[in-house]
Unconditional design. Structure first.
Length: 150
């Protein structure tokens, strides 16, 4: 777990610390206070990425974040869950991919195994449990494609 402190540590310090633990990070990362990253060695972040306050990155499997991505405050990227159909409740983990230019609105949930397309927007409070096409604007629970972004 990283950076749960509200102290405004410099982004350069956070980047170096994540890289020491195996993360691959491009240039221009903005990592706001109280971001929780569980497994930095399974994290790949592109250039010019913004991760908001209290975002939680539960990356049991690889988490890939493209270039020019915005992950707003209190987003939960949940790379694992339990198989409730099995009495032993084993984990069901999967990678998450956020492609270039996507924007995940405040308080969204993104489930394991999901790919969010290029330039796609997910509005605040939405629940994402399946792959999203490029250039879409999605909203709600259940999630619906509202329109194309461009």
């Amino acid at each position: 777990m990283f950076f749960l402190s509200a102290l405004p540590y410099p982004n350069g310090f956070k980047k170096v610390l994540l890289e020491l633990f195996g993360a691959k990070i491009g240039i221009g990362l903005v990592l706001k206070p109280r971001v929780n990253i569980h497994f930095p060695w399974k994290l790949e972040i592109g250039d010019h990425v913004w991760i908001g306050e209290e975002a939680a990155l539960l990356n049991f499997e690889k988490l890939t974040i493209g270039n020019n991505v915005c992950i707003s405050q209190r987003v939960f990227l949940c790379g694992g869950n339990h198989d409730f159909r099995n009495p032993a409740m084993p984990y069901r983990n999967g990678p998450i991919v956020l492609k270039d230019g996507c924007w995940i609105g405040a308080c969204c949930f993104v489930a394991a195994g999901v790919t969010v397309g290029v330039d796609t927007v997910v509005t605040a409070g939405s629940i994402v449990t399946a792959d999203l096409q490029d250039n879409g604007i999605y909203k709600g629970d259940p999630l619906m494609l509202i329109k194309n972004r461009w």
